[in-house]
Design a protein around this ligand. Structure first.
Ligand code: GAL
Length: 422
């Protein structure tokens, strides 16, 4: 008689296996699955802060990282997961898109945590509003990124004999000098969202905050088709002269590494780029420089990363609520934002441990909020719904890469893009 043919032996084995399984099950921590696109060196360090804090509280972390700057790929993957009825516990969803997911009835509420932790008092009302759907909190903000920044390598600037440019004219002049000194003036990655990131800073500089608001937030057809828009588009396209021939498809963090290594002088990018300088061990204000994108000193294009919570049950919900609580606690806000390059989402934290760029960001955030220069970033999903944003991206990137499309034509297409989406 073989062992397996023995029915008693078989039963005993089965029971032992089942007992072991249930034991594993009972000691296994409740887990959260979190979708995000924080995959560059600096971003991964930042995401790890949250994973470690969750694990320290006894919860499991399943990382659902989808590479691709700006998050377009992550959003596509999220849609297919949600459509198959299996969304993650939480996902990085921002701005008006939170409302779109809320309208689908897929988000779970966080009101108990919000009340226990006093979120209403903690968060600026403009931030809190974005996190609520039908009056309930459904998302929690992790940070505030500023998009209109210029980054530079001081050694390259010195070699070219130029200072940090403060106007668009100075930017072009500095770029020329950097090119003559043998470096790439402006590191850029030719991807639609990066083109749009640069474009909105140029539009802000050449048209001003009010115009930015009318065109890219209110989608006013007159502003979109105006002379000012045409001018902004032309200036934007001229920036190609400062970029290199290999930019097509390049990831943003590779462009940042060109500034870090000193093959390029400058980059126009949001302050997630600072996460890369920090991860490389460089000191802000000394080994790398930051300044408001030329001509945008009085404005702040904000981009608030947030984790929206899906409707989940049981232990997963318990872990999800813990995640939401941790995100707004000072420990996370400080450690995450130091690594990510952003500033905390709650304004009450001590900024003395942050670098000079983050301190400037916090000051400028508060100053522009008072003076009226605080505007939502179109390129980073804070200003308009995803379909309109996609249509604007198409116009911007097609125009930027076209040999023969006139700025007038691009402006006309911009008007159509906004109208088609209404
Ligand atoms: C932004 C996002 C940032 C950063 C960046 C590059 O949209 O808010 O957190 O990840 O894209 O991927």
């Amino acid at each position: 008689m073989t062992l397996l043919a023995n029915p008693f032996r078989k039963t005993a084995l089965a029971l032992a296996t089942a007992a072991a399984a249930s034991l594993t099950f009972s000691v296994q921590a409740a887990e959260v699955e979190v979708l995000h696109w924080w995959t560059s060196g600096g971003e991964a360090r930042a995401a790890n802060v949250l994973k470690e804090l969750m694990e320290a509280e006894g919860y499991g972390w399943e990382d659902f990282a989808v590479a691709g700057g700006g998050g377009e790929t992550a959003m596509t993957v999220l849609k297919s997961r949600a459509m198959s009825g299996n969304p993650p516990s939480a996902a990085q969803i921002k701005g008006p898109e939170i409302q779109e997911w809320g309208e689908l009835g897929l988000l779970g509420e966080l009101d108990e945590v919000a009340e226990a932790e006093g979120w209403d008092e903690l968060l600026p009302p403009t931030v809190a509003d974005v996190m609520r759907h039908n009056g309930s909190y459904v998302a929690v903000p992790v940070n505030v990124h500023r998009v209109n920044w210029l980054w530079a390598n001081p050694q390259v600037l010195a070699a070219a004999g130029v200072e940090m440019p403060t106007t668009l004219d100075e930017l072009f002049a500095a770029g020329e000098a950097i090119r003559e000194a043998g470096y790439i003036p402006l590191a850029h990655g030719g991807q639609a969202w990066q083109d749009a990131t640069v474009f909105e800073s140029v539009l802000l500089a050449s048209g001003g905050t009010e115009f930015y608001q009318q065109a890219l937030v209110e989608l006013d057809p007159e502003a979109l088709g105006s002379e000012r828009m045409i001018e902004a588009l032309e200036t934007f396209k001229r920036l190609r002269e400062l970029m290199d021939a290999d930019m097509s498809g390049r990831d943003w963090n590779i462009a940042t590494s060109m500034v870090i290594e000193g093959s390029a002088g400058m980059q126009l990018m949001g302050d997630w780029a600072k996460g890369e300088f920090t991860a490389a061990g460089l000191t802000a204000g000394e080994e790398y420089l930051c300044a408001a994108a030329p001509g945008t000193q009085d404005a702040f294009t904000f981009n608030i990363d947030s984790l929206a919570m899906f409707r989940v049950e049981g232990e997963e919900r318990e872990a999800q609520q813990a995640l939401a609580r941790l995100v707004l606690e000072p420990t996370f806000q400080e450690a995450f934002n130091l690594a990510k390059g952003s500033i905390p989402a709650r304004p009450d934290l001590d900024m003395s441990g942050f670098d000079v760029c983050a301190q400037q960001s916090m000051d400028d955030f508060q100053r522009t909020a008072e003076e009226g220069g605080l505007v939502p970033s179109m390129a980073h999903g804070m200003a308009v719904r995803a379909d309109v944003q996609g249509a604007i991206f198409d116009v911007v990137t097609n125009y930027f890469n076209s040999r023969d499309m006139a700025a007038e034509e691009a402006a006309r297409r911009m008007v159509n893009a906004a109208q088609a989406a209404l």
